[in-house]
Design a protein around this ligand. Structure first.
Ligand code: FAD
Length: 469
């Protein structure tokens, strides 16, 4: 009888321990993807991107002589139905760590065990299982540097090759049609504008990793902070959906370090930032929903997402060039450079004193590399409410940041059309992407700052100084 391999955020064939174990069992393998309530709750862009990823995986499986069976509904109901229909004796999957997935998977595992069906979860999404990394005192890490020290010399599993053969069952169970799920329905910005910026699937991710290691990592230390330069790996989108494994990136980084490539160590560190975010989410899932430092509950955050300032921020019309360029990059590409993320998050939470959850939600709706753990850690870091956070008084000045990180203004010119005689296509594509009711035009005057850098900083610091916590 066959084994079901339940794909979720592990849309690849290579370095996939669950798939490899199923193929090595000698039994027929039935790959499955279920559009369940966890996937239903995704924001517009991540859900759309998931649809592209699932479609790409289905093609890969079909080229490998297999297929992807699609089902919609409660995950447990669907798995039980598939077990009945196919006579499967086991279900394998790669572990996830966000509370919704953990709750679902725990329920599935216990129901399958009760029915005497083998239920096995495998690693693959993380290099270091969160419960295997402990401080000397037996607790979890709240600060990055000691966590880095604790794991940097650990052995990380060598990436597995894709199975040479995925044994097919005699008969395939019925499958939904991906198109019927309309995973892109909530994208009210032009998906056709965002689509060329997507790096889709395992093969594209592996190519990008090679290019990054061959040509870019050497200068990563200098270029990774310059948003106008293509200097980072750009793999967050693929890591988020598991189109590439962190193990594969780690081993490529290790090799580059052995070859003496300068930025390799920093790249390895960044991969551990991702692990750190998962470590925090595992040990303190409240990081997703509320101030990690609970004393911040007393801060006078503005929580009204309908404020005109919030809309100016979302639309890239704050009149502050670095903020607006980054917000437009997000809107057009579904991604934003890390420097931009830090600046727009600092501006929203400090200059505008808006609750970080407003920003977290907007990112969760618009990013194609959305990741629950990294997004929450990033926002709480920028707001000052997180564990290893920037101190509140360190307010990014978006004007001096521009002089430092976009000296030639190439990033600003790439994304802001207003005021340019002959704006580049990238800046114009923002106006094609936006919903019509935003009613903006590249011929509009560029706005005056809605809050000046110094006034915003002062208001935020006053509120912080006068805090009663
Ligand atoms: P590279 O510089 O090439 O780094 C390699 C990999 O390391 C990345 O792909 C990513 O997986 C990991 N990494 C790098 N920096 C970080 C970091 N600060 N935190 C966690 N992991 C990191 N990252 C997401 O993947 N999804 C998100 O939803 C997300 N939201 C963020 C929100 C805010 C407010 C902030 C400040 C940061 C957020 N980040 C998020 C982290 C970071 O901005 C992105 O991972 C990075 O910009 C991705 O680009 P890259 O793949 O070229 O990174």
């Amino acid at each position: 009888s066959p084994i079901l391999v339940w794909f979720r955020r592990d849309l690849r064939l290579g370095d996939h321990p669950a798939l490899t174990a199923a193929c090595e069992s000698g039994r027929p393998v039935i790959p499955v993807f279920i559009f369940d309530t966890v996937a239903e709750r995704l924001g517009a862009a991540p859900k759309w991107r998931l649809g592209l990823g699932v479609s790409c995986l289905a093609e890969q499986l079909s080229s490998a002589g297999s297929a992807l069976v699609l089902r919609q509904g409660d995950a447990l109901d669907q798995i039980q139905a598939l077990v009945r229909e196919t006579g499967a004796c086991a279900v394998y999957w790669s572990r996830l760590y966000d509370p919704d997935s953990v709750e679902r998977d725990t329920k599935v595992k216990s129901a399958l065990k009760d029915a005497e069906i083998e239920a096995r979860s495998f690693g693959g999404h993380l290099m270091f299982e969160p419960w295997t990394v402990e401080t000397g005192a037996g607790s979890y890490y709240k600060v990055f540097s000691p966590m880095w020290k604790a794991v940097k010399s650990r052995d990380v599993d060598t990436p597995l090759s894709a199975p040479s053969r995925i044994p097919a069952p005699d008969a395939w169970p019925a499958s939904d049609n991906l198109g019927d799920w309309a995973l892109g329905a909530a994208m009210d910005r032009g998906a056709d504008v965002v689509r060329p910026h997507v790096r889709l699937g395992e093969a594209a991710a592996l190519n990008r990793l090679d290019h990054f290691i061959d040509d870019l990592v050497e200068r990563y230390d200098e270029t990774r902070d310059i948003p106008g330069v293509d200097g980072t790996s750009g793999l967050s989108e693929n890591l988020s959906l598991g189109e590439i494994s962190p193990h594969r990136c780690w081993h490529a980084g290790l090799r580059a370090r052995e070859e003496g490539k300068a930025g390799a160590e920093t790249f390895l560190k960044e991969l551990v930032w991702r692990e750190f975010a998962y470590h925090l989410m595992h040990h303190t899932p409240r990081i997703l929903t509320g101030n990690w430092r609970q004393e911040w509950d007393a801060f006078p955050w503005n929580e009204d997402a309908r404020l005109s300032e919030v809309w100016a921020w979302k639309k890239g019309r704050t009149g502050v060039q670095f903020v607006d360029a980054a917000m437009r990059e997000l809107y057009v590409t579904g991604r934003m450079h890390n420097r931009g993320r830090m600046i727009v998050a600092s501006y929203l939470t400090k200059h505008l004193m808006c609750h970080w959850k407003i920003g977290l939600d907007w990112f969760a709706d618009t990013l194609i590399d959305w990741d629950p753990a990294s997004n929450a850690m990033g926002w709480q870091w920028a707001a000052g409410s997180g564990p290893d956070a920037a101190p509140y008084f360190r307010v990014f000045n978006p004007v001096t940041q521009l002089d430092k990180f976009d000296r030639d203004r190439s990033y600003v010119r790439r994304w802001i059309a207003e005021g340019q005689g002959n704006p580049p296509d990238s800046a114009l594509s923002y106006f094609q992407a936006m919903p019509r009711h935003w009613a903006l035009s590249p011929d509009d005057a560029y706005p005056e700052p809605i809050v000046s850098a110094s006034d915003g900083r002062k208001a935020a610091l006053d509120a912080y100084e006068n805090r009663d916590f």
